[in-house]
Design a protein around this ligand. Structure first.
Ligand SMILES: NC(=O)c1ccc[n+]([C@@H]2O[C@H](COP(=O)([O-])OP(=O)(O)OC[C@H]3O[C@@H](n4cnc5c(N)ncnc54)[C@H](OP(=O)(O)O)[C@@H]3O)[C@@H](O)[C@H]2O)c1
Length: 246
C-alpha cells in the first residue's frame, strides 16, 4: 500500500471522481478532492474526509487560471506533494454540429482538455523534483468511437489520448507515468438524463448488459496509481462492459 502519498482528484464531489477519491482514500492515500463550489467542498468533507482524516477538500474551477493558481498555492501551503493527479473533472454540452454554438464547443474543450494540460503542467514540476508520480486522465469511450451530438466532447476526449501519449514520452525518464482510463457508460449524473429510447439503444450495445458503476472505474485508477503499474505508461485502459474492444 502507498501510505501517506498525496493524490489530487478533480471533480471529486460526485459520480466517478467521488468513487475514485474514496477508493484512493481506502488505499491509504491522503486525497485532496476538488469541487467547483463551497457546497461541493462540504459534501467531499462529509463523504471522504470523515472516513479518511488525512484527506481534504478544496475549491477548484479547472477552467480558470486564477482558480488553478490559488488551488496549487493552497495545496503547497498545506504541505502536500502530489504523487498522483487524476484529471477527472469534465462537462458535456451536447448538440449537433449544425446547431452547436461556439460557447458549447469552447466550454467543453476548456473544461475537458485545456484544463488537463494546465493542471498537469503545474503539478508535474513537483513530481519531477520527486522523480516519481502518476498522472491519470479520465477519458471516454466516445473519444475512440465517436457519438452523434457529442463532437465537442469526443474531440476533447480523443485529444486527451494524444496528450496522454505525448506527455508519457516526455516524462517517462523522470519516473512519472501518464495513462488514461476510458469509461463506457457509467451510472452518474452525466448519464442520468438520457431519454429512455437512447438509454435502451445504448444498453443494447453493451455485451455486459448494464451501465458500469463508478467504483469499477475507481478500481482501475487505484491500480494505475500503484507501484504495480510502474511499467505501464501512455496507455488507455478501456472499461466499458465490452461495448468497445480496442
Ligand atoms: N458517466 C459516464 O458515463 C462517463 C462516461 C465516460 C467518461 N466519463 C468521464 O468521467 C469523468 C467523470 O464523469 P461523471 O459522470 O462522474 O461526471 P459528473 O457526475 O457530471 O461529475 C462531474 C464532476 O466534475 C466537476 N466539474 C465540472 N466542471 C468543473 C470545472 N470547471 N472545474 C472543476 N470541476 C468541475 C463537478 O464538480 P461540481 O460538483 O462542483 O459541479 C463534478 O465533481 C469525466 O471526465 C467524464 O467525461 C463519464
Amino acid at each position: 500500500m502507498d501510505h501517506a502519498k498525496c493524490a489530487v482528484v478533480t471533480g471529486a464531489s460526485r459520480g466517478i471522481g467521488k468513487a475514485i477519491a474514496a477508493a484512493l482514500g481506502a488505499a491509504g492515500y491522503n486525497v485532496v478532492g476538488t469541487a467547483t463550489s463551497d457546497a461541493g467542498v462540504k459534501s467531499i468533507e462529509t463523504s471522504l474526509c470523515s472516513l479518511y482524516p488525512g484527506s481534504s477538500a478544496m475549491v477548484l474551477d479547472v477552467t480558470s487560471d486564477t482558480s488553478i493558481d490559488e488551488f496549487v498555492a493552497r495545496l503547497l501551503d498545506a504541505g502536500h506533494q502530489p504523487h498522483v493527479l487524476v484529471n477527472n473533472a469534465a462537462i458535456t454540452r451536447d448538440n449537433l454540429v449544425l446547431r452547436m454554438k461556439d460557447a458549447e464547443w469552447d466550454e467543453v474543450l476548456s473544461a475537458n482538455l485545456t484544463s488537463v494540460f494546465k493542471l498537469s503542467r503545474r503539478l508535474i514540476r513537483i513530481m519531477i523534483k520527486a522523480r516519481a508520480g502518476r498522472i491519470i486522465n479520465i477519458g471516454s469511450v466516445v473519444g475512440s468511437i465517436g457519438n452523434a451530438g457529442q463532437t465537442n466532447y469526443a474531440a476533447a476526449k480523443a485529444g486527451m489520448i494524444g496528450y496522454t501519449k505525448s506527455l508519457a514520452r516526455e516524462i517517462a525518464s523522470r519516473g512519472i507515468t501518464v495513462n488514461a482510463v476510458a469509461p463506457g457508460f457509467i451510472d452518474t449524473d452525466m448519464t442520468k438524463n438520457l431519454a429512455p429510447l437512447h438509454r435502451e439503444q445504448m444498453l443494447s450495445q453493451i455485451p455486459v448488459g448494464r451501465l458500469g458503476l463508478p467504483e469499477e472505474i475507481a478500481a482501475a485508477v487505484v491500480f494505475l496509481a500503484s507501484d504495480m503499474a510502474s511499467y505501464i505508461t501512455g496507455e488507455t485502459l478501456h472499461i466499458n462492459g465490452g461495448m468497445y474492444m480496442a
